[in-house]
Design a protein around this ligand. Structure first.
Ligand SMILES: Nc1ncnc2c1ncn2[C@@H]1O[C@H](COP(=O)(O)OP(=O)(O)O)[C@@H](O)[C@H]1O
Ligand SMILES: [Mg+2]
Length: 58
């Protein structure tokens, strides 16, 4: 069952508060560095509807 979103309960809407993605953003920055150094990779961001995939990428 999908848990209710405590912030802005609509998909595709930018949250007023963006929380708890420090680790994911660090990983992206690391991977961008690797790509710049000539070691590109492919990644899939996978998960249930509403967990914040689109918002993270934006
Ligand atoms: N890190 C976050 N902090 C607060 N709210 C968030 C965060 N990520 C997503 N949301 C909110 O959760 C809802 C669903 O996010 P969304 O990115 O559309 O999910 P998905 O793409 O995984 O279906 C949206 O209302 C969005 O604003
Ligand atoms: Mg999405």
């Amino acid at each position: 069952m999908i848990k209710p979103n405590p912030f802005t309960p609509k998909s595709g809407i930018e949250p007023k508060i963006f929380l708890n993605r420090t680790e994911e953003i660090s990983l992206f920055l690391e991977k961008i560095k690797e790509a710049k150094a000539g070691l590109p990779s492919h990644y899939i961001i996978n998960g249930e509807w509403g967990i914040g995939k689109t918002t993270l990428l934006n």
